[in-house]
Every structure is written in structure tokens, then in C-alpha cells.
Write a protein that binds this ligand. Structure first.
Ligand SMILES: [Zn+2]
Length: 198
């Protein structure tokens, strides 16, 4: 016997999620099938809502419900310092340390030869424009301490060095392979304080 077409289509969509294989996707699809129609509709509406109401901040690419996100529009923050991260969730991790008061720039990815993501796929134009306008005095590169994060950091250093502004790499160092989002706040806060000039 085969499952109905509608079921298979949902399984195919779910199996595209990171870390979700076909079997897990089937389990989730069964769970959704067993939900009450009201709960299933509520879930579908929430998926639609995040697409309708959340967009990338026009300055830094962070998740935002406004044109400019709450961090970029906060007048108490130091607008001359930019911390470059891979994903919006890295901002959450750094904010939790309470050791940083500048702005961010979210790459929305990292260089990843295995996944076919090259340097030209990373959009840093908005950032370079601000550097060229002389708005930025200091950059802290806070990409992950794994292979892709290091390659991304090298690319950023190469692109930003010609502008002669102060540039630092967050001092995650060991253990290599650590992703920003999984580092505890105390360690991440220390890594920010001990940032290394590059
Ligand atoms: Zn922003």
C-alpha cells in the first residue's frame, strides 16, 4: 500500500528541514494528521504569519517586524561598531552576554564549499556601503569557529582590510568547531572581551 499523495507531499516538504530525514518527516506528518483541524489551521497560519510579518532589517538583515530592527534603531547603541555574525540566532547569543553594545551585520549564511556556497554568495554590499560612507570605526568578526566560519572570516578580512578600520576576530579559539549559538554566555562574553586584532 502507499500513502495518499497529500501525505507524501507534506513528508517531502518536511524532509527538506535541516536535520530531518524521511522517517522523522513521516513522524511529524502523522502527528499533524492527528491534530484537531483547528490546531492544524493554527499551525498553518503561524507559518504564513512569519512570512507576512517578519522581514530582514534593511540595515543589518536581522529578523524584524519593521523596516529597521530594534537594535539598529536603538539610539543608545554604539553605531560605529559592527559585529558580523552568520545568522540572526547568533545575535541572541551575543545579546545574552550583555558584553556588547554595538550594532550587528548578519551574513545569513557562511562560505561553505561542501554545500556549494561561495564567497560571491555572501551579500556584504550594504555593510561595505556603510564602511565607505565612513560610518564604521570598528568591526568584530564573530563567525563560528568551524571550517566554514574560518573561511568566511578570511573572506571578510580580505574584503574589509583595504578600508583601514579596526578589525577584530572574536576569541573563541578552542575548542575548534564550536558554533556561536552553543557557547554558554560566560564563555562567549569572555571571547568578546578578549577579541583579537586581525
Ligand atoms: Zn538591524
Amino acid at each position: 500500500m502507499t500513502f495518499p499523495k497529500f501525505f507524501n507531499e507534506l513528508v517531502t516538504s518536511l524532509s527538506r528541514f535541516p536535520g530531518i530525514g524521511r522517517r522523522s518527516a513521516e513522524r511529524i506528518a502523522f502527528y499533524i494528521l492527528k491534530m484537531t483541524p483547528e490546531n492544524a489551521k493554527d499551525l498553518a497560519r503561524k507559518i504564513e504569519d512569519i512570512h507576512n510579518h517578519i522581514r530582514p532589517c534593511s540595515m543589518c538583515n536581522n529578523f524584524s517586524t519593521q523596516e529597521v530592527c530594534s537594535i539598529c534603531s536603538d539610539y543608545k547603541r554604539d553605531k560605529e561598531v559592527i559585529c558580523i555574525v552568520e545568522e540572526p540566532k547568533d545575535i541572541l547569543a551575543i545579546e545574552k552576554t550583555s558584553q556588547y553594545n554595538g550594532l550587528y551585520y548578519v551574513l545569513l549564511g557562511s562560505v561553505s564549499p561542501l554545500e556549494g556556497i561561495n564567497t560571491e554568495d555572501l551579500n556584504i554590499r550594504k555593510l561595505i556601503n556603510r564602511i565607505e560612507r565612513g560610518e564604521i570605526k570598528e568591526i568584530i568578526i564573530s563567525t563560528d569557529a568551524d571550517n566554514d566560519g574560518e573561511l568566511t572570516a578570511e573572506f571578510l578580512i580580505e574584503k574589509i582590510s583595504p578600508y583601514k578600520i579596526k578589525m577584530y576576530r572574536i576569541a573563541i579559539g578552542v575548542p575548534l568547531g564550536t558554533q556561536i549559538e552553543y557557547i554558554d554566555s560566560a564563555t562567549l562574553g569572555k571571547a568578546l572581551l578578549e577579541k583579537k586584532p586581525v
